[in-house]
Write a protein that binds this ligand. Structure first.
Ligand code: RP5
Length: 162
């Protein structure tokens, strides 16, 4: 199975990344995590992106906050799919990171999930890998069913709690 590469701009992004790694673990998908910054360690970020396909990665998740250029910088250096997670910083409620991540120029796409959307980033990565992996696709179908069952159980219970 292809690995998921996960890159974050700072260790302060770790709580968001943990949501992604927990989801990948629950699906049995291999991953590798790095702290590479588009601004503080641009050479390492670039080298990781350039070698990722040959290193067995199928998709890269990149999380950053504030002037969040990491996902775009990674995408500029690989044609693997890149999923961006805008992380909420101290100002602007994450809108700064959202716009920095999502507003990519034509030719260099970044699939951007919600602000702090670590779990969805992992699910989207899993769906990409599952295109060529029917066992993983089956796991994703099962998860959808059990998620729906959990909501229906809440529906059944809601009246009793009010
Ligand atoms: C971004 O700046 C990082 O992704 C992080 O979200 C934000 C703040 O970084 P620290 O100052 O906490 O290291 O590059």
């Amino acid at each position: 199975m292809k690995k998921v590469g996960i890159v974050m701009g700072s260790d302060s992004d770790l709580p968001i990344i943990r949501k992604a790694t927990d989801m990948l673990k629950s699906l049995g998908i291999p991953f590798e995590v790095h702290i590479y910054s588009a601004h503080r360690t641009p050479d390492e970020a670039r080298d990781f992106a350039r070698s990722a396909r040959n290193e067995g990665f199928g998709v890269i998740i990149a999380a950053a906050g504030m002037a969040a250029h990491l996902a775009g910088a990674i995408a500029a250096n690989t044609t693997l799919p890149v999923i961006g997670i805008p992380c909420k910083g101290p100002n602007f409620d994450g809108m700064d990171a959202l716009l920095s991540t999502v507003q990519m120029p034509t030719g260099i796409p970044v699939a951007t999930v919600a602000v702090n959307g670590g779990a969805n980033a992992a699910l989207l990565a899993a769906e990409m890998i599952a295109i060529e992996d029917s066992a993983l696709a089956e796991k994703l179908d099962e998860k959808r069913k059990s998620d729906a069952a959990a909501v229906l159980a809440k529906d059944a219970a809601v009246l009793q709690n009010l």
